[in-house]
Design a protein around this ligand. Sequence first.
Ligand SMILES: *Cc1c(COP(=O)(O)O)cnc(C)c1O
Length: 478
Amino acid sequence: MRYLSTRATDSTQRKRFCEILLEGLAPDGGLYLPESYPQIDGATLNRWRGLPYADLAFEILSLFVDDIPADDLRALCRKTYTPEVFGTAAIVPLTRLEDGLYLQALSNGPTLAFKDMAMQLLGNLFEYELARRGEELNIFGATSGDTGSAAEYAMRGKKGVRVFMTSPDGRMSPFQQAQMFSLLDDNIHNIAIQGVFDDCQDLVKAVSADLEFKRKYKIGTVNSINWARLMAQVVYYFAGYLQATTRNDQQVSFTVPSGNFGNVCAGHVARMMGLPIAQLVIATNENDVLDEFFRTGVYRVRGTADTHETSSPSMDISKASNFERFVFDLLGRDAARTADLFGVQVQRQGRFDLGADPAFALAASRYGFASGKSTHQDRLNTIRATWNKYGVVVDTHTADGLKVAQEHRQPGVPMLVLETALPIKFASTIVEALGREPERPAKFAGIEALPKKVHVMAPDVQAIKSLIALACDGAASA
Ligand SMILES: *Cc1c(COP(=O)(O)O)cnc(C)c1O
């Protein structure tokens, strides 16, 4: 298996899995995709029924990874997907709400959000590959919540990796702050920046723009465009399908609470591999970049003033960073056109319009996409209705999914709504909807009172660089 960039017009540039594992964007600004999607036949799907999640992950990953020995890859999967880390033997269990409507739990990992599903694997893959190369990596990022904590919980204690994670001082929920700042591992560095999230992102950009510093201190990222993260997410679409069906002539649909298009893009890959998925339904919140595209063909990046702070904050995006992958497929893998749309039109005008292009109709008819949006009031109504009708409390992102799923159900096709976080992470909206606090998993009892490790700093590029240099050089001389 080789990987190409969505903007590569030159076929000599193809790379193997471990070459792109530690990378983000391709050098030409595109995103990596496999040069073709492996095809799954009915006999294979039958063989996979009943496999434990870790072994299913191994089978699927093997189709995309040919430069890690099979025994090592299997061991990495078994080390990652354990009931101890993910709470149940099924790892991603289904809950039946009523006939034909299910929740698929992706949020029982260490940070109670679906990003653990991929990030936990990434932690083990990074440690393995860095040891093999005799290299180190310093992950430097900005977070307003879910991504940063998932990265820290995945990388804590891992050899060869340090994490420097900036977050806006005092702006995360007390629960999120406690989750991150209570990590006392030597390789985890929490940096609370006196400013807003954009200040944190600007710092990351400024440090990364210093190529000399970046090279010397081996600075990298773990953002959602990383191919290995997307690949790990393909597995739970298969696991959901296999739980909801008994025979391969049955189809299911998925509804996916979406922001950067990472989660649902994995669903697209699963469908391209031949998994019998009828529809992939995208649910957005008030930040409806994706819903607008799937309704009209217009992809329009939002400015800061046009990006809303909502009660499903992990979907508050101004552009959908993985979307280019799907558009590349939609346009018949035309790299020159993809480069023009994302590298020229989006850069210059902040938008493009495929509404009049014959390819646009294929998004629904050939690729199974549908979409909808949900607002704060919808979220409150859905959280209440789900509690009243089924006795289940859902988080705000999952509520967006359930609301939109109801608009797209088809007779005879089970609808699986991906549960992307647990309610405790977004407690204030649950209180607003239900008048009481959500349940807290036992392992998080009293975390707000644990000792915390965090540097509070002004948004000062030089000071951040000194902190990183000191942590790295100090470790080297110790
Ligand atoms: C990140 C996140 C999302 C959005 O996922 P994308 O891959 O960015 O589309 C939805 N819900 C929760 C809870 C998240 O953390």
